[in-house]
Design a protein around this ligand. Structure first.
Ligand SMILES: Cc1ncc(COP(=O)(O)O)c(C=O)c1O
Length: 471
């Protein structure tokens, strides 16, 4: 492909994306594809001869799109919002067009320095002090894994430099709530703590960690000679967006010399609103925190913001220094290859920069407040009727509910609500996530796609009531 052909196809593709986005509302939110259906449309072997891009674009529409679940659809209420704004699409395109690999400052100085600028803007936007320095990770999962590696190395006096986990010292223990995201468990296992040394502490009626039980668990572990190492505080759990008390967990972390990591993957974006920042009071005492601009904010997947208070510790844990990666500027600059697991890195900062330039802080605040109000509206509708139950507080944009039918036991109620979810999702007009909360089957409505207006939430509520009557 030459530049002229790139231009022709590129304009065509941009038009195609704009048309797709304009027409989103007419599409079924959840893909109706059956397993294997998309794959069957593709030949078994790669094309021997090239020059088939026109065919590829036609097949994109015909064969690929039926297998897409539309995360940017205004009636997408499943999992979490994953907004990919137009500006961030353009930022991604620019990053791909430039094709820079920013593993070291020298391999593209702008990739490092633009990232430093936008991560500092983001820090200011969520009200964190300059004590924190940020770096872009791909996902919250890798950021949390990195945090637990840093905790392990702090807790073991850099055991990785000697015998690693074979040093035979008393085991290190990690604590989080039983509502913490599965990425915490995965990180603890991959970082070598072992399942027997991961404590998932029960939660209270608001689904936040029980501090009395956390303290008890730490004391018990100390008594039997284990070493409490890391606490993960969840600000906005996946199930219900419940909020652990970061300040109280910071007290415990400081008392016992533990690492405090804050997982605010979804809820971090809310901190752009000054009125929400009380939810993570105490965050300044965390050693590390992560939140995902690739969720509710509007920067297309993947872009996760990882902040630490001590970058030198992070670098010590994550860096290796082979001769072929050394450069003359090493002492004066950040080499982000040493701030995470992978070596190579895309110029992700461009999409965050474009997004912020397009929306501005006030523009984002207005949208987030709209989403919070929409969640409150839905909560009020549910609270106003006797046959629907709300299963959790609504501090943010997620509303967890179930339909009640007199005479049904817990198992029958679960089946009844699963059937409501099936009807909504397979109907194509909206998409939500059925999920379990402490044994109760709930319907989880996560509001916050960029395109979601009040009318879409009203339509969902009408559809839920209709489905509950029809089942
Ligand atoms: C609270 C929380 N933490 C972590 C994650 C994992 O995010 P990622 O996909 O960026 O690894 C999620 C995803 O839903 C989440 O809700």
């Amino acid at each position: 492909m030459d530049a002229q052909e790139f231009r022709r196809l590129g304009y065509q593709l941009v038009d195609w994306i704009a048309e797709y986005r304009e027409g989103l509302e007419r599409l079924p939110v959840m893909s109706p594809a059956k397993p294997g259906e998309v794959r069957a449309a593709f030949p078994d072997h790669p094309p021997l001869h090239g020059g088939r891009m026109d065919q590829a674009l036609a097949a994109l529409d015909r064969d690929v799109m039926p297998g897409i679940t539309h995360w940017n659809h205004p009636s997408f209420f499943a999992y979490f919002p994953s907004n990919t704004s137009y500006a961030s699409i353009l930022g991604d395109l620019a990053a791909s067009g430039i094709g820079a690999q920013g593993m070291s400052w020298q391999t593209s100085p702008a990739a490092t320095e633009v990232e430093e600028v936008v991560m500092d803007w983001l820090r200011q936007m969520v009200g964190l002090s300059p004590a924190f320095t940020g770096v872009i990770h791909d996902t919250a999962s890798t950021a949390t894994f990195t945090a637990l590696l840093c905790a392990r190395e702090k807790g073991s006096d850099y055991a990785q430099n000697e015998e690693g986990l074979q040093s035979g010292e008393a085991p290190l223990v990690v604590y989080a709530s039983d509502q913490g995201h599965s990425s915490i468990e995965k990180a603890a296992l991959l970082a070598g703590f072992g399942r027997s040394f991961l404590r998932l502490i029960p939660t209270d009626d608001n689904h936040a960690i029980r501090l009395d039980l956390l303290q008890e668990a730490i004391e018990k572990d100390l008594e039997i000679g284990l070493r409490p190492c890391a606490l993960v505080a969840c600000v906005g759990t996946t199930g219900t967006t419940s909020i652990d008390s970061v300040a109280a967990m910071a007290d415990l972390a400081e008392q016992h010399g533990m690492w405090l990591h804050v997982d605010a993957a979804m809820a971090g974006t809310a901190m752009v609103l000054p009125e929400c920042r009380g939810m993570w009071a105490g965050v300044e005492r965390a050693d590390s925190l992560v939140f995902n601009p690739h969720k509710w904010m509007g920067v297309g997947f993947d872009l996760s913001a990882y902040y630490v208070r001590d970058p030198q510790h992070l670098i010590r844990v994550m860096s290796t220094n082979p001769s072929y990666l050394r450069t003359a500027q090493d002492g004066q600059v950040s080499n982000f290859r040493d701030w995470h697991i992978q070596l190579g890195r895309r110029f992700r900062a461009l999409k965050l920069w474009f997004y912020l330039m397009d929306v501005g802080v006030e523009g984002l605040q207005t949208r987030l407040r709209r989403d919070l109000e929409n969640a409150q509206w839905l909560m009020q509708q549910v609270d106003a009727v006797a046959d629907w139950e709300r299963l959790a507080p609504v501090p943010l944009q997620t509303v967890c509910i179930r339909h009640l039918r007199p005479g049904l036991d817990e198992a029958a109620l679960a089946a009844h609500n699963l059937e409501i979810a099936r009807r909504i999702n397979e109907g194509g007009k909206a998409y939500l996530t059925p999920s379990l909360l402490k044994g109760k089957q709930m319907l989880r409505v996560s509001i916050g796609a960029e395109a979601t207006e009040r009318r879409h939430v009203e339509a969902l509520w009408a559809a839920l009531k209709q489905a509950s009557e029809a089942v």
